[in-house]
Design a protein around this ligand. Sequence first.
Ligand SMILES: Cc1ncc(COP(=O)(O)O)c(C=O)c1O
Length: 389
Amino acid sequence: MDERSGFATRCIHAGEAPDPSTGAHGVPLYQNVTYAFHSAEQVDAMRAGEAPRFTYSPRGNPTVRCLELKLADLEEAETVVATASGMAAISATLLALLAGGGHVVASDEIYELTRTLLDRDLPTYGGRATFVDASDPAAIEAALEPETRAIYVEPVSNPLLRVADIVAIAEIARRRGVLLVVDNTFLSPALLRPLTLGADVVVHSATKYLSGHGQVQGGFVCGRRDVVGPIREKMVMLGGQMPPFAAWTLLAGIKTLPLRMERHGANALAVARQLAAHPAVARVNYPGLEGHPGHAVARRMLDGGRRGFGGMVSFTLVDGCAANRRFLNALSLCTIAVSLGDVGTLAWPWHGRDLIRLSVGIEDGVDLERDIAAGLAAVETAALVLAAR
Ligand SMILES: Cc1ncc(COP(=O)(O)O)c(C=O)c1O
């Protein structure tokens, strides 16, 4: 691998080399807690910074370190810290950036626990948040205050899939001297690398597309050393480190990320079109559809959509919640489950809204089409029966 290597090559090789002591191909799982020194002098040299060494796994572990180097390469970050979950990454980031108070302007449609952290917990540490529609950069700028330290957005919102223009928001952040934090969970670095567009910090729930197989929890914070350094310290204080086994599992998952993301995107576009063409469906939210209000921004931001627009689709049925139940109960391939980014398609009725969110997987497109068609047929049949009464 060299500086000309493409993204797929870097997903496989970045941060990795055969193990120097055994020649093992693929990063070994270092499941130990502590590290042996052969002499007191070696301890002195480590403490003086002359011969850096791992000392204690919660402060640094070779398997986790290899994963951090891989992600730094993929997100084009100076440094990356791996965490135990997406929320560990997000809470360490916000608590470090807002230490001693301050204000954050955040998207009004973000992951619900991030919203709760900003809304409920942050004020107990002296911080404040204002929530705005992040698909409107002017609304973000208007919400900035003298005490604002950061803007916090998800490029594609959850569950309505509104698109935030990261280039425009990064320009506002730079001009107004605040940091831009982007949660890149929904798109992953295979589709979007926010740091290259001017963002200062990228956070991830690695539990989703980076893992890809729904087997592991994890998170990342990526950015410049001067910004991520204090976040790493906060994360260590909070005990939010990624365990070595999770890192080892993620090293494997990330190797197929670009292949999976393209397939997620192709399947999601086909499902979105299938839903949009059906009379039982009132509305489909997918940034890859030409009629979606964020389509032009998404196309610009995601390299013309060459690798797709991601795997998340949401939709509303004409007959509301009762129809949602019929649709979900008629599915046999898709699983009724929360979470996202899994190789298998997950369908979830959104609490408090007439909305179903699909995390479209990488199954064969024809099989997915058949399953979605069965769901829609169940809705249609019920509507006909009701109409005939
Ligand atoms: C966009 C987004 N960010 C962060 C998180 C939190 O990640 P985790 O569940 O790994 O803590 C989630 C979880 O669903 C998410 O959807």
